[in-house]
Ligand binder design. Structure first.
Ligand SMILES: Nc1ncnc2c1ncn2[C@@H]1O[C@H](COP(=O)(O)OP(=O)(O)OP(=O)(O)O)[C@@H](O)[C@H]1O
Ligand SMILES: O=P(O)(O)O[C@H]1[C@H](OP(=O)(O)O)[C@@H](OP(=O)(O)O)[C@@H](O)[C@@H](O)[C@@H]1OP(=O)(O)O
Ligand SMILES: [Mg+2]
Ligand SMILES: [Mg+2]
Length: 350
């Protein structure tokens, strides 16, 4: 017998199919034979193949299985309500159609924890709404200040950009980022602009953000429910005044901070590498969690070079590359189990 939600999905590669089948087979035998206790938690997932590979690693699946957590692939060709039953649905897929499906499912199945609500995820698909409100967070008394670099949104007419930048008082160099983040490679194509005239070469819609010197180190703050994990990553080096005077043009740069190579073990200047203080991160994460209505995201933070505690949030990502987060399998399984526990707590005693 096959479990509901396990019918062949053409998006699968063979390895993924095997993982899901193994999970399902085991779940069946546990439920059917009745030797082991029933699974505590069934997690349905709808993820891209890239995400399945990086997230559903054997170390996560193995630990989860031992804890009674089973991951089942959602079949995108069948109605979601016919699959499961799930306790949790994990999802990251692009497109309006999927958002509507998952929102409809959420409304009809309030007993299922959908991670995360599509309208909240949507908020991060636009680099303007993504950072809205970060500067207003109340982080006083909290071991540092957190802001957003000065930025300008350009939606049309590239020829007007130099003038708009001038009017807005934005200082060069600028980082140009596509306004919309839709999971495509194009939405991660970023440029550094060294002079005002060349800005008209850029393709709106985009965000122009002041480049903040930060010593070439970035802090990735991963959030999984209540848990926070921060890692250092390599980033763009400082740009000196001299360099700025010498250079003109817009230059595309690669995805520097996405590389799995962490800067955690590098021999770095301590004033640059020192992690933001824990109370600051806890406060930031708590407020962002509330404000965004999300439980799975990460925040890219930089420290203004030459300061001890002036930070900027430059990017927030939904369901980021947790596979690269140290200890992610324990953090994730603990989080999933905490969802069942909080559900039980909410249930009225009979
Ligand atoms: N305002 C800024 N000042 C200095 N460096 C910046 C700034 N904005 C971006 N960067 C650098 O460019 C990189 C990419 O920027 P950003 O994180 O906004 O793009 P992204 O495509 O959303 O990245 P991700 O892969 O994390 O989703 C950052 O990791 C950082 O190294
Ligand atoms: O590529 P990875 O798996 O590492 O994860 C990256 C993730 O890609 P994926 O969701 O397709 O996996 C990106 O998502 P989209 O914006 O493109 O939707 C974004 O969240 C990055 O910030 C993540 O890198 P990290 O911030 O964790 O270093
Ligand atoms: Mg980023
Ligand atoms: Mg991003």
């Amino acid at each position: 017998m096959r479990l509901k939600g396990e019918i062949h999905n053409p998006c699968y590669d063979e390895e993924e199919e095997k993982v899901a089948e193994e999970n399902g087979r085991e779940l069946n035998s546990i439920v059917g034979v009745g030797i082991s206790p029933p699974p505590k938690l069934v997690v349905g997932y709808a993820l891209t193949s890239k995400k399945k590979k990086s997230f559903l690693q054997p170390k996560l699946l193995g630990l989860a299985r031992n804890m009674g957590i089973f991951f089942i692939s959602i079949d995108l060709n069948r109605p979601l309500s016919d699959q499961g039953p799930f306790d949790v649905v994990l999802h990251k897929l692009a497109g309006k159609e999927w958002s509507e499906i998952i929102e409809d499912y959420r409304q009809k199945h309030p007993e299922v924890t959908v991670l995360d609500p599509p309208n909240a995820v949507q908020h991060l698909h636009n680099r303007q709404s993504m950072l809205q409100g970060v500067a207003d967070l109340n982080l006083s008394d909290c071991h540092g200040r957190v802001g957003v670099p000065k930025q300008l949104i350009v939606t049309k007419d590239p020829l007007s950009i130099p003038n708009e930048v001038d009017k807005a008082g934005l200082k060069l160099p600028l980082v140009a980022k596509p306004l919309l983040v839709d999971g495509s490679a194009k939405s991660h194509e970023l440029f550094l602009a060294y002079d005002q005239c060349s800005l008209s070469e850029l393709e709106p819609p985009l965000v122009l953000q002041e480049f903040v010197n930060h010593g070439g180190v970035l802090f990735k703050v991963y959030i999984v429910g209540e848990a926070i994990k921060v890692v250092r990553r390599f980033s763009l080096p400082n740009i000196s005044k001299r360099e700025l005077e010498k250079l003109a043009g817009v230059f595309r740069f690669p995805r520097v901070s996405c590389a799995a190579a962490s800067a955690d073990d590098a021999d770095l200047d301590p004033s640059i590498a020192e992690l933001p203080e824990r109370p600051l991160l806890e406060n930031l994460a708590r407020q962002l969690r509330q404000r965004l209505g999300l439980r799975l995201f990460n925040v890219d933070m930089i420290r203004e070079h030459g300061t001890k505690d002036v930070f900027y949030v430059i990017d927030i990502n939904y369901f980021p590359g947790y596979g690269k987060m140290p200890d992610y399998e324990h953090i994730f399984t603990d989080f999933l189990l905490s969802l069942v526990q909080s559900k039980h707590k909410k249930r009225p005693a009979t």
